[in-house]
Ligand binder design. Structure first.
Ligand code: G4F
Length: 304
């Protein structure tokens, strides 16, 4: 049995729905966890304009429901009677909360100015996590994570859309890549490095929030240039700008100052942008070259 299969067979799935308070209480009661990581959300920013209410329910109020499930199952009453033991809670906050940035790079103290219903919902979840920490003494923290990518990234996000397109064009399976704003900049890191940071945040003496990012920012165009270079292609021969992918309000530039995480958690990103893009393009070339590699028809389709 492969290592991944072995690990998956150790995983027990328990049903729960962020829209259903009772299901979350049942899940926490049943599992009796030491740690809860809330990574669930409607996370694709453009979808948050077309389904703004659902985004508020899932990405925003969903955080309230998880925190309430932990509070109730820990026996913490609304008047703050001490509970049984402590379930530690991690909330996936997002650099999208900085939106139209007030300063650069962004730290834990930078004011928020979200630019999408998604960003607004994340700000609600962020402050609610802080509020439960202050109101109930819960070990509840937010990681303000900047964009983190890997070969497992969904095909609707720009990094994977680009790596898949470069691989498809290289293999003669496609000819063109249609993109929106090429001049937006993001601080892209490797998801594996960021998961390490999440775990570190839950094993500290004091619960605190942390910014996690590389401190280096690149434009979408440089992402495209790098991906096509890895595939041995000239991006200018294939990339077309399409207004359909321009957002109603854009986050122009994000760049993390993760000094606090470096000093207090001893966390450093291990993967550079160039290596991340190379890893993604090579993985997609391998995937698409394998028999049945194109079986998943969702590859390369933007869900707008
Ligand atoms: O890859 P993206 O869709 O990621 P975005 O919007 O920055 O959000 C991601 O990172 C956040 C962390 O900061 C998470 F909270 C969030 O859940 C998600 O994981 O877009 C990145 C940039 C944007 O500026 C977008 O306008 O790429 C630009 N872009 C240009 N053309 C495109 C495209 N994005 C997508 N998805 N598709 C395009 O064709």
């Amino acid at each position: 049995m492969s290592k991944v299969r072995q690990q998956l067979s150790d995983v027990r799935l328990v049903r729960g729905d962020l829209l259903d308070q009772g299901s979350l209480i049942s899940a926490v009661e049943r599992v009796q966890p030491d740690e809860v990581y809330n990574l669930a959300a409607i996370s694709y920013v453009p979808m948050s304009w077309s389904q703004a209410e659902l985004t508020g329910e899932v990405t925003g109020l969903g955080v309230l429901r998880v925190l309430e499930a932990i509070r109730v199952c820990s026996g913490i009453s609304a008047s703050r009677t001490p509970g049984r033991g402590q379930i530690r809670f991690y909330q996936a906050s997002s650099s999208e909360m900085f939106g139209q940035v007030r300063e650069s790079p962004q730290t834990e103290g930078t004011a928020f100015h979200p630019r999408s219903p998604y960003g607004v919902a994340k700000v609600y979840g962020h402050f609610l996590t802080q509020n439960y920490r202050e109101s109930y003494g819960m070990y509840a923290v937010s990681g303000i994570l900047f964009n983190h990518e890997s070969p497992r990234r969904g095909a609707e996000f720009v990094s994977r859309k680009v790596s898949l397109a470069a691989a498809k064009i290289k293999l003669g399976l496609d000819r063109q890549l249609r993109l929106g704003n090429l001049s937006a900049s993001r601080d892209w890191g490797f998801a594996g490095d960021y998961v390490r940071a999440m775990q570190l945040m839950l094993v500290q003496e004091q619960p605190e929030d942390y910014v996690i990012g590389t401190g280096v920012t690149h434009t979408v165009q440089s992402l495209v240039e790098r991906a096509f270079e890895v595939a041995g292609l000239n991006w200018r021969d294939h990339v077309v700008c399409d207004a359909a992918f321009i957002r109603p309000a854009e986050v122009d530039q994000l760049c993390a100052d993760a000094s606090k995480a470096r000093q207090r958690l001893g966390w450093e990103p291990a993967t550079k942008f160039e290596d991340l893009v190379t890893m993604m393009v090579e993985s997609d070339l391998e995937l698409l070259s394998a028999p049945g590699g194109l079986a998943d028809d969702s590859f390369g389709h933007d869900v707008w």
